[in-house]
Each structure stands twice: as C-alpha cells, then as structure tokens.
Design a protein around this ligand. Structure first.
Ligand code: ADP
Ligand code: MG
Length: 413
C-alpha cells in the first residue's frame, strides 16, 4: 500500500497546487502573465512530485512526475523546458538505471508533445482530457516496461496497478480542472464584452437624447425670433443662448466620441447658482410654452466640485421632466441652501406627480410614461451623474400635487 499512498499523496498535492495557481491566475487579465503562471504551476508540480517520490526498489523511484510533464507540454508547449527540468531534478536522486530510463522516455515524450501541441489545442474539451489520460497511461506503461528491462522486473503487483491507474486518474482530474477553469474564463470575458456593448448602446441612445435637448432649445429660440420683432438686445440674448446650446451639443458629441477611453472625469469648481441659471435659461422656451412660472430661491456663493457640463446635463434632464409634468401651467421652484457642509438643491414642480411604483422605477433605463415622446433615459443619466459627484437624491411626489427632487452635495472649501 506504501506506493499507492505515496501516489495518492502526489495526486492531492497536484490538485491543491492547481487550486492556488487558479486563485492567482484568476486576478490576471494579462494573457502572457497567465501563461507564465500556468507554466510555473507545471514546474512546481514536477518539483513537488520529486520531493514526495517513493523508492520501490534500488534506483527506481515512483511518483507522478510524468503527469505535469505531459500536461505541461500539451497545454503550454514548453515540453523541452519541462523535460529538461524533470531530468535535472531526477539527476539529484542519483544517476542510475532509473535515471537513464527517464532520459529515454522523457526525451522521446518531449519531442512528441512539441509536435502534437498545436493539434492538441484545436481539439474539443473532452478529446483534450482523453488525449491527456491516454498519453499518461502509455507513458506510465513504458516507464514500467523500461524499468523492468534495465533493472529487474517490478516485484510488487500493487505497483503495476497504482502506477498505471493513479497517474491516469490524476491526469484526467487535472486536465479536466484546467479545462473548466479555461471555460469559466472565456465565459467571463464574453460577459464583460456583452456588458460593454450594452453600455455603448445605452449611451448612444442617451446621447441622442442629450443632443435633442439643445436642438429643441435652439429651435425654440429661432421660432421666437420668427414670431415677432424683438428689440435688438433681446435678439442678441436669444442668439447667444442658442450658440451656447449648440456648443453644449458639440461637447456631448465629443464626450461620446471619447467614451472608448476610460472616462476621465473633470474635477472643476462648480458655482451652483451660475450653472443652474444657465440651465434655466436653456429651458425657458419650454417653460414659456407650457405657461410655467419659474421661481428661483438661490443662496449665493455655493460651490461644489465635479464636471460642469455633466452637472448641467443632469439638471436639464431633471427640470425638463418637471416642465413636462406641467403641460397646463404651474410653477417650477428651484431652491439652494447650505447646512453645515452640505449643499442642498431642491427642484419642485406642481405637476402631475408620481405614484409609489413610478418613484421606485425612476432611473430604470427605458422606463417612461411618455410613450414615443420619452426615451426613459433622462433620469438614469441624471442619477448616474449625481452619484458620480458623490451626491444623494431624495424624491417626494404626490399624484396631482407635484414632485420634489432634493439633492445633496458636499460643499467644496
Ligand atoms: P422620459 O422623460 O424620457 O420619460 P425620464 O427618465 O426623464 O424619461 O423619466 C422617466 C419617467 O419618470 C417619466 O416618463 C415620468 O413618468 C417620470 N417622471 C420623471 N420626473 C417626473 C416629474 N417631475 N413629475 C412626474 N413624473 C416624472
Ligand atoms: Mg425626461
């Protein structure tokens, strides 16, 4: 039983090592590094087999070294390196009959592995496991035969069984585990890709939504200019705002085009009152159209930090919803104040309001009650902007009474 015990011990060590290698490899995204770690696994495995090898008779050591050698050659392609190391380590156990048997078997094996490595990688999962097991059985058998020829026939009948069966079992278990690990990795990569595609398609929809806002504003001003003859300074003001809005649209497009690169959030000082005023200017055509009165209650000198253009985008979406909730007129109240180091921004409308379910679904992509008119992306974008600026949103609403968005940011010093 001594031999079987030793070989089973080898087997469990190889599996434990594989488990830890897997833990390390899992964190590696770099393909080359993953391969290097995998090669290390095989090298350390061969080494471990030697440390725990068992001497069956004079000069004959038994262990599972052929398993990492075969699997390493098949999976990494470094069969010569692995064979060289195997023989080097074997040499430390003594240059004797067993050593020369190893030289013969492992050199032949290295050449064979090198040769079939490309073919092996094209096989299906099950065939790869099958080939690994088959090669292990043949090699183990050969080793036993050679030992019997150069030394003396192996006297323990148990040795025959355990030296063929246990390596085959180990080979099967290890290669099956490697395959499973690979499979999981591939699936995870696919998921990450699908995620990105999803994000891009969401983004492109929201971008067209974001482009539509400034375009609507510009259209509104042009219509106003066409309706009646405004005084020169009023006309100039309208045109200025229209130009600014077109610039914003341009910025949004630029933002979108740079999306491929990881988002580089600008950290600017945002003067809350100034930016909210700009947002209100932008929305005033829509407010006029709906007969909505805008009331501002601003505390001066409030600053927060974040991306200025995104901040505006977030509040345009929010206030636009407020205006759209009041198609027959009402009041939009924008209030800011400071408590301690918290900057509060309240956006209140006296519109149609929302029920519990609507409030809960707010910010869900594509959730809209406006049919073809809505995209259901405005709030999603707003929430993500506010969260990115480490802000918090609280929503209170009552059907028929109106809605209040209460946003809290941290003041910049
Ligand atoms: P969209 O405006 O394109 O419908 P949003 O994400 O901006 O998409 O808003 C989602 C939904 O949330 C709206 O369709 C509306 O039902 C509801 N909603 C958002 N803000 C308000 C508000 N101020 N008053 C009433 N309902 C609102
Ligand atoms: Mg909206």
């Amino acid at each position: 039983m001594e031999i079987t015990k030793h070989l089973l011990m080898n087997l469990s060590l190889l599996l434990v090592l594989l488990f830890f290698t897997q833990l390390i490899i899992e964190r590696q995204v770099n393909e080359e590094k993953r391969e290097i770690y995998q090669l290390f696994y095989f090298i350390i495995s061969i080494f471990t087999c030697y440390i725990f090898s068992v001497q069956v008779q004079d000069g004959i050591h038994f262990d599972l070294r052929q398993v990492p050698m075969i699997l390493g050659g098949l999976y990494t392609g470094y069969s010569f390196l692995l064979a060289g190391l195997t023989l080097l380590m074997r040499a430390f156990l003594g240059i004797n009959d067993g050593f020369w048997v190893s030289v013969g078997v492992f050199s032949g094996l290295a050449i064979l592995l090198k040769w079939i490595h490309p073919w092996f990688n094209r096989l299906t999962l099950n065939s790869r496991v099958g080939v690994s097991v088959l090669l292990t059985v043949i090699t183990s058998f050969l080793l036993m035969q050679m030992v019997a020829i150069v030394n003396e026939p192996i006297s323990h009948p148990e040795a025959w069984i355990s030296f063929i069966l246990i390596p085959a079992l180990t080979s099967g278990l290890v290669s099956y585990s490697i395959e499973t690990i690979r499979q999981t990795f591939i699936i995870r990569q696919r998921l990450a890709k699908a995620d990105k595609i999803e994000a891009v398609s969401h983004l492109s929809a929201s971008i067209s939504h974001e482009i539509r806002n400034p375009l609507t504003t510009v259209k509104g001003f042009l219509q106003l200019l066409g309706e009646k003859d405004y005084p020169e300074d009023k006309k100039k003001e309208f045109i200025d705002i229209a130009v600014q809005e077109l610039k914003r649209a341009e910025e949004v497009i630029n933002d979108y085009l740079t999306f491929a690169r990881p988002a580089f959030e600008k950290e600017e000082n945002i003067e809350v009152e100034k930016e909210l005023n700009h947002v209100l200017n932008v929305l005033s055509p829509l407010a006029n159209l709906n007969g909505v009165k805008i009331t501002k209650k601003f505390s001066p000198g409030l600053f927060i930090s974040g991306d200025r253009s995104k901040f505006k985008q977030g509040f345009i979406n929010l206030m636009k919803n407020g205006l759209e909730a009041m198609p027959n007129g009402g009041e939009l109240i924008i209030q800011t104040f400071l408590t301690g180091s918290v900057v509060h921004i309240l956006v209140r409308d006296t519109g149609i309001g929302m029920n519990e379910e609507q409030i809960a679904r707010l910010g869900e992509p594509y959730y809209t009650t406006k049919g073809k008119q809505g995209t259901g992306l405005g709030m999603m974008v707003t929430f993500s902007i506010i969260h990115a600026m480490r802000g918090k949103v609280e929503v209170k609403s009552q059907i028929g009474m109106g809605t209040t968005f209460h946003i809290r940011f941290t003041k910049t010093l």
